[in-house]
Design a protein around this ligand. Structure first.
Ligand SMILES: [Zn+2]
Length: 287
C-alpha cells in the first residue's frame, strides 16, 4: 500500500509540469485488423454485411513525454492467444500482425509511458514488448487484470513484471465527466473514467493547439454507431466482454449526449476501422 502511495505521489508531481504548452500530435499505429459481421459488433447490425475492426495503439507526442495509449496486438500474440478458450477463438480471430514495437523501433521512437484504455487481451497484448515502460492505469483496472480470466483477460500478457503506475482521478469536471486527470496540466491530454466495459476503463481526450479535440472511448462501443444510436453491443458479444451492462449503457448515453452538444468532437472507438481510416495510420500524424 505504501508503495502504491509513493507511486501516486510521483505520478501527481509529473502531472504539473511548469509552463506546459500544447504542441501535441498523435498517430494511430495499426497492428492488425479483423473482419466480422456487422451484427456481431452492434445491436441492430446487419447479418448480411461485413465490417473491419482494427487493433491500434495511439502514439502521442507531447513535448514533455511520448505516450502510447493501448498497445494493440504484440509480438507474442500467437502464444498468448493459445490461452483463449476454443469456442471463443473463431469470433476473436485476427489477421497478420505488425506489432507497435516493431513499427516504432524502426524509426527510433522511444515510449516514456503507456496508458491503457483497459486490460483486455487485444489492448494489452503489446505490453510485454515494452517491459521497461511504466504502465498507467486506475487501481481498479490493475486489480481486474490480476483476477479476470480468458477470454477477456489473458494472464500470459501480465506474467512479466509490469511496471504499474496506479492513478486515481481528481474531482475536476471535464467535458461533462465529473472526474478527470489532466496529465500535463495544460489540458492537452486528459483522462476520464469510463467504468462499465471493465471496472477501470479509461477514456482519453486529446486537444491539439488549434482546438481540434479527439475522444478515444476504448471499448465502451466497438463502433461509432453505438454512440450515435445509442446502441449496445450484440447480446452475445456484450455478455462475453462487458463487465457491467448497466454502467456501460450509462457511458454510451453520456457520450451520445456529449456528441450532440459538441458536434466538432471526433469520437474514436478503439476498433472502428471506418472512423480510424479517415484519420490515417502511422507514419501519418494528426497535428
Ligand atoms: Zn475490451
Amino acid at each position: 500500500m505504501r508503495l502504491l502511495s509513493l507511486a501516486l505521489v510521483t505520478l501527481l508531481s509529473l502531472t504539473s509540469l511548469p509552463g506546459a504548452a500544447a504542441g501535441l500530435r498523435f498517430s494511430l499505429v495499426k497492428t492488425a485488423e479483423t473482419e466480422t459481421l456487422d451484427a456481431f459488433t452492434v445491436e441492430g447490425g446487419k447479418w448480411t454485411e461485413k465490417v473491419t475492426l482494427n487493433h491500434v495503439a495511439v502514439l502521442i507526442e507531447h513535448h514533455a513525454a511520448t505516450l502510447l495509449f493501448d498497445t494493440g496486438l504484440g509480438r507474442q500474440i500467437d502464444s498468448q492467444f493459445a490461452e483463449m478458450p476454443l469456442w471463443d477463438k473463431p469470433l476473436l480471430q485476427y489477421g497478420p500482425v505488425v506489432p507497435a514495437r516493431d513499427q516504432l523501433d524502426k524509426d527510433g521512437i522511444r515510449i516514456d509511458r503507456i496508458l491503457l484504455s483497459h486490460a483486455h487481451w487485444d489492448h494489452a497484448s503489446g505490453l510485454a514488448d515494452f517491459p521497461e515502460v511504466p504502465v498507467w492505469a486506475p487501481y481498479e483496472e490493475i486489480e481486474f487484470s490480476q483476477i479476470s480470466t480468458p477470454p477477456a483477460v489473458l494472464p500470459s500478457q501480465f506474467k512479466h513484471p509490469v511496471k504499474w503506475l496506479p492513478f486515481t482521478f481528481q474531482s475536476a469536471a471535464f467535458m461533462g465527466f465529473p472526474a478527470s486527470l489532466d496529465m500535463f496540466g495544460d489540458g492537452s491530454v486528459v483522462l476520464v473514467p469510463l467504468t462499465g466495459h471493465t471496472p477501470g476503463s479509461v477514456g482519453l481526450f486529446l486537444t491539439l493547439e488549434d482546438g481540434r479535440r479527439f475522444f478515444f472511448t476504448g471499448d465502451t462501443s466497438w463502433r461509432l454507431e453505438g454512440f450515435t444510436g445509442p446502441h449496445e453491443k450484440f447480446w452475445i458479444s456484450r455478455n462475453m466482454v462487458d463487465n457491467d451492462r448497466k454502467a456501460t449503457r450509462k457511458v454510451l448515453e453520456q457520450v451520445h449526449q456529449l456528441m450532440a452538444k459538441e458536434p466538432n468532437l471526433t469520437v474514436v472507438p478503439a476498433h472502428d476501422a471506418k472512423v480510424q481510416q479517415k484519420l490515417g495510420f502511422y507514419p501519418h500524424w494528426i497535428e
